[in-house]
Design a protein around this ligand. Structure first.
Ligand code: FAD
Ligand code: PHB
Length: 392
């Protein structure tokens, strides 16, 4: 079956769904094709911190009602090391900007509902997706759905299919430069049915490794432990996780961590990855398809949204006036933010994790950096303005 649309979007994660809705608001048609089933993408537990700019955009797009009701606005965070906590006053340091805690799967659910409410095409469980003729004016997306083969002809293809997707691989060899950095760390993340033991996120540096206390709601806590990249969740029974969390978060003042049933447990490796440029022919890569950041800066989802905001504006300019200047500028504009965020995420990661084999000199440098951020307004402001998100 042969079909036609203006923009073909591969992947229904935050990047693909936000792009589809932004295009709809500008009167541009799109079709979104997604490998997984709806239930799976709506339940996939991942990021939880939304920058001010992400919240503002979702609100302007008309998909922010539940976010406004259920999102938890945070005006500060805690850095904990040497048995003491230090508050970073995010909002005071950034002219009133803040972050909002709202699970990525809820962002995705809200966008899917909005897409269905307008009756626009969003296909789940597509198979064997292939993109082609990307260097022509009529690129295509071929896929199988409901037992039939389809071919979708488009003006543009948006590769929003994440790090393991197929679109990046469709670019001929030698066109894209891949820049990568591996970290000798991974995070063991849990979701626990217990009221959070803290009102604000705690990023904790400890001799035994990094720990993070985040949350999802007044009843749900999200916690992470630095583990080795080759570690296995099977080696982490619930009691061992709680014991390790108690040890790493302990303060001189006797802080208490509430325990509860663990309802989700997974290990995520950590890497930095960027492709340059983020475009070839009529294929535009966005979000994790083009770049990965380590989670310590809480940026992955926000960066995906920032990309498609630029892309939607550029496509709208092309459809309105045939002007392709913004499309030509897409990659360069996105990469400026990508590299700022890569640096911030790398810096947070290096400042907070335990590096196996680090000598005493390196350990003292790490402590000096933490103390500077917590004692100097300039140091704290650098963290704060990056954490809440640097405006365009
Ligand atoms: P994705 O959310 O990956 O969406 C891509 C979509 O494309 C998926 O739905 C996928 O099923 C679909 N797809 C893939 N291949 C195909 C294909 N061939 N055809 C059609 N569809 C396809 N960030 C944080 O800030 N904090 C965190 O704690 C955090 N935890 C994470 C944990 C994990 C396990 C992972 C993988 C990521 C995590 N991230 C985290 C990063 C953050 O979730 C991502 O940056 C964000 O999801 C990027 O959105 P995206 O839309 O670009 O990609
Ligand atoms: C989360 O709540 O899942 C979370 C928070 C902060 C991070 C990463 C993940 O840096």
């Amino acid at each position: 079956m042969s079909e036609r649309t203006q923009v073909g979007i591969v992947g229904a994660g935050p990047a693909g769904l936000v792009l589809a809705h932004l295009l709809h608001l500008r009167g541009i048609e799109s079709v979104v094709v997604e490998l997984r089933e709806r239930d799976y993408v709506e339940k996939r537990v991942r990021a939880g911190v939304l920058e001010q700019g992400t919240v503002d955009l979702l609100t302007e797009m008309g998909v922010g009602d539940r976010l406004a009701r259920e999102g938890l606005v945070h005006e500060g965070l805690e850095l904990r090391f040497g048995g003491r906590g230090h508050r970073i006053a995010l909002s005071e340091l950034t002219g009133g900007r803040a972050i909002t805690i709202y699970g990525q799967q809820h962002v995705v659910r809200d966008l899917i509902e909005a897409r269905q409410a307008i009756g626009a095409p969003l296909l789940f469980e597509v198979e064997d997706v292939r993109v082609g003729e990307l260097d022509s004016e009529r690129p295509s997306i071929a896929y199988r759905h409901g037992g039939e083969r389809h071919e979708l002809r488009c003006d543009f293809v948006a590769g929003c299919d994440g790090f393991h997707g197929v679109t990046r691989g469709a670019v001929p060899d030698g066109v894209l430069t891949q820049l990568e950095h591996e970290y000798p760390f991974a995070w063991l993340g849990i979701l626990a049915e217990v009221p959070p033991s803290t009102d604000e996120l705690i990023y904790c540096n400890h001799d035994r490794g990094f720990a993070l206390h985040s949350l999802r709601s007044p009843e749900l806590s999200r916690l992470y432990l630095q583990v080795d990249p080759d570690d296995d969740v099977e080696r982490w029974p619930d009691e061992r996780i709680w014991e390790e969390l108690h040890t790493r978060f302990a303060t001189d003042g006797g802080w208490t961590l509430n325990e509860g049933p663990i309802v989700e447990k997974a290990i995520t490796p950590m890497r930095s990855f960027v492709v340059e440029p983020m475009q070839w022919g009529r294929l535009y890569l966005a979000g994790d398809a083009a770049h990965i950041v380590p989670p310590t800066g809480a940026k992955g989802l926000n960066l995906a949204v920032a990309d498609v905001r630029v892309l939607a504006d550029a496509l709208a300019a092309w459809y309105e006036s045939g002007d392709d200047a913004q499309l030509r500028d897409y990659s360069q504009r996105c990469l400026r933010r990508v590299w700022r965020v890569q640096h911030f995420s790398w810096w947070m990661t290096s400042m907070l994790h335990r590096v196996a084999g680090a000598d005493s000199f390196e350990q003292r440098l790490q402590r000096a950096q933490l103390e500077y951020v917590c004692s100097s307004e300039a140091g704290a402001r650098t963290l704060a303005e990056n954490y809440v998100g640097i405006p365009d």
